[in-house]
Write a protein that binds this ligand. Structure first.
Ligand code: ADP
Length: 399
């Protein structure tokens, strides 16, 4: 069984060919600068320890996906003889709105639903839709499955997802909290549940910390709250996104600086977060170096970053009436022992007893970072969003 997973962005595209049952990865890579000069494709065949970067014109996603297919079937370094060996294609789709609470097999009605949700994710959904349309064209007859970033969070109760705005903003405009990174929260909370021994009841908090970041509260396997909102701007402080602020500050800054809507949007999404406070970079590693060197704004950004995540952990422990496990994932969550330790500092009252030595070691795979006597188990669990997409695709095409 081989599933091709496609994650289409506006000018980039990530892909993986994998076995959904064993997780075996056959090939993976990335196309960058689609529609821009200097486009290139990275391709990796892990079994052969083979990597190649091809510089090739990719005016549209069609050329990019054609290149991906050529690489996968390449007689020298490919992994399959023909595309017939691909059983189905799984697509990451950012916004499923309220309509899509689970992954779905794509048909005309689903395509209509995806287009309708583009309004909620104008930067992402159109690229995801384009990826599906292109694969339908390039591999007619193959099943395409849409897997949504928002779906896992659809179990949130209304009191968690509603904003205290005029009710018609919800009914007429669909303004509410949706949440994102759902495939990651689903995967990581699922692994944590297994590592806890599949108890009948469980209260798990997942901290997905990458360039974008979100926290979720998963009670008995179901998401009951998450930090991102209508868009991925809400929640914790991120690499370049501001996270939670007073909404009145948006209007204040916009008016005082005379910014257009687009400029204000860029300020909140691309110039804020770690970059905005630290000033030199949005990258956690650079912030950590800056802090070690005594840069006051790096130190402040680091403290703020941990403070905001800790706030969500406390909030979600309160909403679930306790917590059994806190999981860290994403580039920062998996790699920065410093951030993990700072986030958990002061949470001893919840029953968190971090093993500082274990936490500061670099270890591969799933790792328990708390002491054996800790009431709350702290995990580092590498996320695998592609595997969730492949598994969902496999399940749906085999129904
Ligand atoms: P994305 O959200 O784009 O998928 P990633 O999950 O790859 O991002 O996370 C990127 C972040 O992970 C960056 O801020 C980077 O600095 C951070 N990161 C990666 N490795 C380390 C490390 N060893 N220590 C601290 N931060 C790290």
């Amino acid at each position: 069984m081989k599933i091709l997973v496609i994650n289409c962005g506006s000018s980039s595209l990530k892909y993986q060919l994998l076995n959904p049952q064993t997780g075996e990865l056959f090939a993976k890579g990335l196309c960058e600068r689609i529609g821009i000069e200097g486009s290139k494709m990275e391709y990796e065949n892990p079994a052969k320890d083979f990597e190649i970067t091809l510089e090739h014109a990719m005016p549209t996603h069609k050329e990019a996906l054609n290149l991906v297919i050529s690489a996968i079937v390449n007689p020298e370094y490919g992994v399959i003889k023909s595309v017939e060996e691909i059983d189905a294609i799984g697509h990451r789709v950012v916004h499923g709105g309220e309509e899509f609470a689970t992954s779905v097999l794509v048909d005309d009605a689903v395509m209509g639903g995806l287009e309708a949700n583009s309004e909620l994710a104008p930067l992402h959904n159109p690229a995801n839709i384009l990826g599906i349309k292109t694969m339908q064209e390039l591999m007619p007859g193959k099943a395409n499955v849409a897997v949504f970033d928002t779906a896992f969070h659809q179990t949130m109760p209304a009191e968690a997802y509603m904003y205290a705005l005029p009710y018609e903003d919800y009914t007429e405009l669909k303004v509410r909290k949706y949440g994102f990174h759902g495939t990651s929260h689903k995967f990581v909370s699922g692994v944590a549940q297994e590592l806890l021994g599949n108890p009948a009841e469980s209260k798990i908090i997942v901290c997905h910390l990458g360039n974008g970041g979100s926290i979720s509260a998963v009670k008995n396997g179901k998401c009951i709250d998450t930090s991102m909102g209508l868009t991925p701007l809400q929640g914790i402080m991120m690499g370049t996104r501001c996270g939670d602020i007073d909404p009145a500050a948006v209007l204040f800054i916009k008016n005082k600086r005379g910014l257009s809507d687009k400029e204000m949007d860029a300020r909140l999404n691309k110039q804020s977060g770690i970059l905005g406070v630290f000033g030199k970079s949005s990258d956690c590693r650079d912030m950590e170096i800056g802090a070690v060197e005594g840069d006051a704004r790096a130190l402040l950004a680091e403290e703020m970053f941990a403070y905001k995540i800790r706030g969500y952990v406390g909030n979600y422990a309160a909403q679930m009436g306790g917590v059994d496990a806190i999981c860290f994932t994403g580039g920062i969550g998996e790699n920065s022992g410093k951030v993990r330790a700072m986030v958990l500092k002061g949470l001893e009252f919840l029953g968190v007893d971090l093993d500082e030595e274990l936490n500061s070691k670099r270890q591969k795979g799933n790792v328990v970072l708390s002491k054996p006597e800790s009431k709350v188990t702290v995990f580092k669990i590498p996320t695998n969003e592609e595997l969730v997409i492949a598994r969902d695709t496999y399940e749906i095409v085999n129904k």
